[in-house]
Write a protein that binds this ligand. Structure first.
Ligand code: UDP
Length: 236
């Protein structure tokens, strides 16, 4: 039995990149969708917030010297591209996907309307939230916390390259150990990095648990959904 009925999965743009330097790697996105399909078949309602860092970031690379808000809108548009690719790949894999955008861009993607999103989830469709929060100066991590709270997800699953939160950087410190679970207050006390500060504060306020896990580990998403020891659980 899955441990959750409804989850919010945050995928960074980089998760779609695979070993490529930028953009979307076909084999990678197909595999990611297979993992999502697997938990959907278990009866779990899945909403996804997708990042855009594989295409554009408002605070790095090509945006240097640009007006921050303009660059951030470009970043949000990048997430729309990823969301379209993800939705299309899901449809091809036999899922029914609905992409919803926080920015009005109706000819391309339907707008985010909360009751509609809830209805889709009840119907077993996978909802992909595009364009982050719709506001500059925020991140898709914050969008994940926000949408997660809005749709009443039981947990925010943050897929990363590392398989959890460690006591120190595992690349630099061989003694570093992974926390199986940790409280929000411990994360602050130990000065650990989980999500950006706004996203973290929102989850903490809403008592919305976060699970940090590696999307590159085969079957990790299923194990997380089954409540098995995978990644790190951040809780109140
Ligand atoms: N962004 C934004 N507001 C949001 C979400 C995203 O302005 O609510 C912009 C911001 O410029 C960010 C870019 O979109 O750098 C891509 O999002 P993010 O960096 O969160 O993507 P990820 O790192 O998850 O791939």
């Amino acid at each position: 039995m899955p441990a959750y009925k409804r989850i919010l999965l945050k995928l960074s743009g980089e998760a779609l990149m695979g070993d490529d330097a930028f953009g979307i790697n076909r084999a990678t996105i197909v595999r990611m969708v297979e993992e999502i399909a697997e938990v959907t078949r278990m009866g779990v309602q899945v909403a996804v917030v997708i990042g855009g860092g594989n295409i554009f970031r408002g605070v790095a690379g090509g945006s240097v010297g640009m007006d921050r808000a303009t660059a951030d809108y470009m970043g949000m548009l990048a997430t729309v591209m990823n969301a379209l690719a993800l939705g299309d790949t899901m449809d091809k894999a036999g899922l029914v996907a609905r992409v919803m955008s926080a920015i009005g861009i109706e000819r391309v993607v339907e707008p985010y309307v909360r009751p509609k999103a809830l209805q889709y989830l009840e119907e077993g469709k996978v909802v992909v939230f595009a364009a982050g929060t719709g506001n500059p100066f925020f991140t898709t991590d914050t969008a994940a916390a926000l949408r997660g709270a809005e749709i009443g997800a039981e947990i925010v699953l943050k897929a990363t390259k590392v398989d959890g939160v460690y006591s120190a950087d595992p690349k630099k410190d061989p003694e570093a150990t992974r926390y199986t679970s940790i409280t929000f207050d411990e994360v602050i006390g130990k000065n650990l990095e989980v999500m950006d500060a706004t996203a973290f504060a929102l989850c903490r306020d809403q008592k919305l648990p976060i699970k940090i896990f590696s999307i590159f580990k085969l079957g990790a998403l299923r194990r997380v959904v089954m409540g098995e020891d995978e990644g790190t659980l951040v809780h109140v």
